[in-house]
Write a protein that binds this ligand. Structure first.
Ligand SMILES: Nc1ncnc2c1ncn2[C@@H]1O[C@H](COP(=O)(O)OP(=O)(O)OP(=O)(O)O)[C@@H](O)[C@H]1O
Length: 279
């Protein structure tokens, strides 16, 4: 798995959602252009291209090892591509990473966070890195902790190091939202999150897109993507197999899972395989 953790190179000073200047209306929120990456001679992403219109919520799905995290990591500036690039509202991630990251909120795979801080302290620290004013950070941090139900742990002084997996996801999401980005890229945001918190997360994402924001979510849960997303992209073996509106990709009479299995290829278990399990 790609695990390049926290955005590093010159965390941008934020000037708010409109800080990077207005982009032309027809510019996609996020564009992946021929993103390619090989690890030790093995291609993990092979010319991955995708265009995500503004205001949409795209579900990125693919089997284990398909190249989702690799592609996302290149798109958000965490992993340098061998070839290709990504643009956030028309701003090139690899030639102008500071401006591109200003527009972007990211929940990366395997996010590493400062562990010896409470959630509130972490958000204060993060807001400072983003160049946000103290009062604004305090207000937003309190609200995020409350909405994401991390406020009680915060009052008790629970450190991030002591957080459960789901709590870590939620505080990671809070760091992604804190500077009010225009595009959110979330790698498996629902993983390990309880059903009540999942509803809160869905409500946050809907509010975000209703306000004109754009979301890319990777997930293995087809039913969730069908319920949440208006667009879907299917990737396998490092290649984009399909992308478009949900109905366009799956057709009106098939489930996303059917389409996924048809495109990716089903694999059953042979008669003899694992027969020792039933002996
Ligand atoms: N840092 C790395 N070093 C070597 N190989 C890597 C690295 N990161 C990813 N890979 C390989 O690249 C391929 C794609 O991995 P990636 O993590 O992008 O897949 P994924 O679609 O996110 O998988 P999953 O659904 O299991 O999280 C896999 O074969 C993986 O082993």
């Amino acid at each position: 798995m790609v695990n390049d953790a926290v955005p590093t190179d010159a965390v941008p000073k934020d000037t708010g959602p409109t800080g990077a200047g207005p982009a032309a209306e027809d510019v996609p929120a996020l564009e992946l252009v021929g993103l390619t990456k090989a690890f030790n001679g093995t291609t993990a992403a092979d010319g991955v291209s995708l265009s995500v219109p503004r205001g949409s919520l795209l579900g990125l799905v693919g089997p284990n090892g398909a190249g989702k995290t690799t592609s996302i990591s290149m798109a958000v500036g965490l992993l340098r591509p061998d070839a290709g690039t990504a643009r956030v509202l028309g701003v090139d991630m690899w030639s102008d990473p500071v401006a591109a990251k200003r527009l972007l909120g990211v929940l990366p795979d395997g996010l590493s966070l400062p562990e010896r801080l409470t959630g509130g302290e972490l958000l204060t620290y993060w807001g400072g890195l983003r160049g946000l004013g103290r009062d604004l950070v305090r207000e937003r941090a309190e609200e995020l902790l409350r909405v994401l139900e991390l406020d009680e742990a915060d009052r008790k002084g629970v450190l991030v190091a002591e957080y459960s997996t789901g709590m870590r996801k939620k505080i990671g999401l809070a760091t992604a939202l804190l500077h009010a980005p225009r595009v959110l890229v979330l790698d498996e945001p629902y993983e390990a999150v309880d059903p009540v918190s999942a509803r809160v997360l869905t409500a946050i994402l809907r509010r975000f897109t209703d306000g004109g924001g754009t979301v890319v979510v990777s997930s293995h849960v087809m039913a969730l993507v069908e319920q949440l997303a208006d667009r879907v992209a299917i990737i396998a073996r490092g290649r984009m197999l399909a992308d478009g509106t949900l109905d366009g990709v799956r057709g009106s009479d098939a489930t996303l899972e059917d389409t996924f299995v048809r495109l990716v290829g089903a694999r059953g278990i042979g008669e003899e395989e694992l027969s020792w399990l039933s002996s």
